[in-house]
Ligand binder design. Structure first.
Ligand code: BGC
Length: 282
């Protein structure tokens, strides 16, 4: 599983939100199976995590998590199969990162997220699908949010809560970040749920499931996600709902899907898969 340049962002020199410098890990020492006697990762767990918020584990020693299994309500299994545990700590399945501890991540081992990619066809004022002048292919649009933490445009994804099914996370995160359901009245919220239920209850097209090369990753904690495309083919389901940014999102908008977009994490790669699968402009 560990190939040389398996992860790049997970080796970014300065750990996000801190002045902590990772121990440098050149490509040829990423793999745990490559001997690296001089390897001396920096220890760092963010104060926000050490403060024991509800979403974070305690330090190892004060509790013994059941790795590679469902541990109470926390799913500690990786989408990529079994991972190693060394001295009681899980090892990043994609290799060394230059930093041990959990950094900004709450869970030891995999930290599960889910990314709902909601799409529709771009239409002109008469309702006709718009085709791109270069590719002649129909243009897809997706719901994108501007993240408050880093200011980058992204898919409105988020962390899977303990005990939550991924299908619930996909729908909840979309409602919170793109439809601002957290600020809605109970009756408005019910209306939102009704309007999106049909789309989100459809099977969706799974475009990715696995490890994410994320700058928050460490030797002992890493991001994984499941990205699913829900497509409003006729344009009369979610497309008709007014978008309103909420929770971790500063702005929300329908954005044309195109290879020149700059997006957070590996979200552009997810959109490429969606565009190709749906035979849309890329
Ligand atoms: C984000 C997801 C993203 C994941 C991995 C989560 O914090 O909400 O959109 O895919 O991190 O980078």
């Amino acid at each position: 599983m560990c190939s040389a340049a398996a992860h790049v962002k997970a080796r970014c020199p300065v750990y996000p939100g801190s002045d902590t410098h990772r121990f440098p890990v050149p490509d040829h020492t990423v793999d745990w199976d490559t001997d690296c006697p001089q390897y001396s990762p920096v220890k760092y767990t963010a104060p926000t995590v050490l403060n024991k918020p509800a979403w974070a584990d305690p330090e190892i020693g004060s509790f013994s998590p059941q790795f590679n299994s469902i541990d109470g309500s926390v799913d500690r299994r990786s989408h990529e199969g079994s991972y190693r545990v060394q001295n009681g700590k899980p090892l990043n399945p994609h290799g060394r990162t230059g930093l041990e501890g959990r950094g900004l991540l709450g869970r030891w081992g995999p930290n599960h997220a889910a990314d709902p990619i909601v799409t529709r066809w771009k239409r002109d004022s008469t309702g006709q699908c718009v085709h791109h002048t270069n590719s002649q292919l129909p243009v897809l649009q997706f719901v994108s949010i501007k993240r408050l933490d880093c200011g980058e445009w992204a898919i409105p994804g988020g962390m899977v809560d303990p005990g939550e099914r991924i299908s619930q996370t996909l729908q909840r995160e979309f409602s919170e970040e793109a439809l601002n359901s957290l600020q809605a009245s109970p009756s408005q919220r019910e209306n939102i749920q009704k309007r999106i239920a049909e789309l989100f209850n459809s099977a969706g097209l799974q475009v990715y499931k696995g490890y994410v090369d994320d700058p928050r990753n460490t030797d002992n904690a890493w991001m994984e996600t499941v990205a699913v495309n829900f497509h409003d083919e006729s344009g009369n389901s979610v497309s008709e709902l007014p978008l309103q940014a909420g929770d971790d999102a500063g702005q929300v908008s329908w954005i044309d899907v195109d290879s020149s977009l700059a997006l957070y994490a590996n979200h552009l790669h997810f959109l490429e898969t969606v565009a190709k699968e749906r035979n849309a402009h890329w």
